[in-house]
Design a protein around this ligand. Sequence first.
Ligand code: AAO
Length: 508
Amino acid sequence: MKFFLLLSFIGFCWAQYYPQTHCRGTSIVHLFEWRWVDIAKECERYLGPKGFGGVQVSPPNENIVVNDPPRPWWERYQPISYKICTRSGNEDEFRDMVKRCNNVGVCIYVDAVINHMCGTGNRAGTSSTCGTYYNANDRDFPGVPYSGWDFNDGKCNGEIYNYNDANEVRNCRLSGLLDLALEKDYVRGKVADYMNHLIDMGVAGFRLDAAKHMWPGDIKVILDKLHNLNTQWFPEGSRPFIFQEVIDLGGEAITSSEYFGNGRVTEFKYGAKLGTVIRKWSGEKMAYLQNWGEGWGFVPTDRALVFVDNHDNQRGHGAGGASILTFWDARMYKMAVGFMLAHPYGFTRVMSSYRWERNIQNGQDLNDWIGPPNDNGVTKEVTINPDTTCGNGWVCEHRWRQIRNMVAFRNVVGDQPFSNWWDNGSNQVAFGRGNKGFIVFNNDDWALLTTLQTGLPAGTYCDVISGDKIDGNCTGIKVYVENDGTAQFSISNCAEDPFIAIHVESKL
Ligand code: AAO
């Protein structure tokens, strides 16, 4: 009864901060630039069975086609209309994906680009993903339709330069992108219609792109217009889960706390700091992670959407800087993602990328624009290799054993408390999640050999980092927990993955 009351409280009052219970899993994965047909298959063959709670999909609405450089990933952040029609697929494919993912308990979260349309300039024509005409110079977007009245030119006819001026950040143009006048009822209505169209198809929530560039009050009015979620999958009265892209590393006019009333916010300090710690830059060490979370000046845990890297900062866009860890630094990356998924702070998002040919000059990647694996602009299928990794240039970090198993770890430990912290004063640390899970890291340049209190019931456990529990056996390291809850751990600093994680479902 208590449990039910809690669920209905979360369901009806806090819905914008927590995914619906229909979404079975405590983490989501960003399948960056994937096609809808591939996501549908991935939900059924992998995400559902492995306990992923949802997918953040790339913007599904029609965007400008950029040919110079050829078809960059970022063209999708330049809307032309709200037709569901992109390189990822058409509306039928989108609808089929939402249905099939929902049917296996995997929710779909849409990256909603509602702050702006395409960039300024003398661009006009039908170079858009559905062939819809537009004229950026005249502010004419007949596909919506929007016209000159619907943009903020009257308030600010220029770019954002000064991030210390909140008016400028919210009324002027982000990277020259035509800024929508979201205080207008007409514009709010068009945006809400687009989002409601998606909700009616079964979408469970939204990432609000460039939320920092919109007034929190304007966002609120739009959110209040949104329909309840589709009752084919969600209980009557369910509200969409909202996470707003607000970059707040401190020192600017706009703080993420201004957006707490609308939903969660992206906590960019998280990946920047964790990268600095794992890289051991600036004198940081893992021992300092004992008070990770609010203790590090992050937003409250129930308002944070956290991630190690995102589609921007894995290639030098957005914010975070050089400390951000990505799949290119696989060993450290797995430790960082493992730490994130084991730690109770925040709502966790896993990144899933494609490989591109980097061309780094003076610390900057000149190939940061390269779009998804493609044949003449047509996005390639995500193929699956016999060893379960992905082919065709898709990295699929979410399928890496260490990451996939830590997503499961987070589901198993649930809301168990952070417990049994241990550190060696340097970069060897360990912590548990009540009596459900325990994790140990060795990021020092020497071996770890010690006995630790795990908080777990006695027994033999499979380490889910070096292997799996399969048919009642461990394919990797075994950990023996004694009757008093202690276990001996040994981790070489040369180990392929210098960390060990066990949980009650990895017990033999
Ligand atoms: C493209 C071209 C442009 C062209 C434009 C229009 O690249 O040259 O002018 O088209 O034709 C993406 C790409 C853009 C692309 C755009 C549209 O990243 O390159 O422009 O699509 O195609 C700001 C925003 C944040 C935004 C981020 C990229 O606040 O919302 O820039 N992210 C989202 C998406 C992103 C997308 C858009 C928004 C647009 O995730 O993929 O753009 O829809 C400071 C501010 C941040 C600011 C950064 C970067 O950060 O705080 O708010 O992010 O600067 O401008 C330290 C500081 C930190 C600072 C950082 C960088 O770390 O502590 O605060 O340095 O200076």
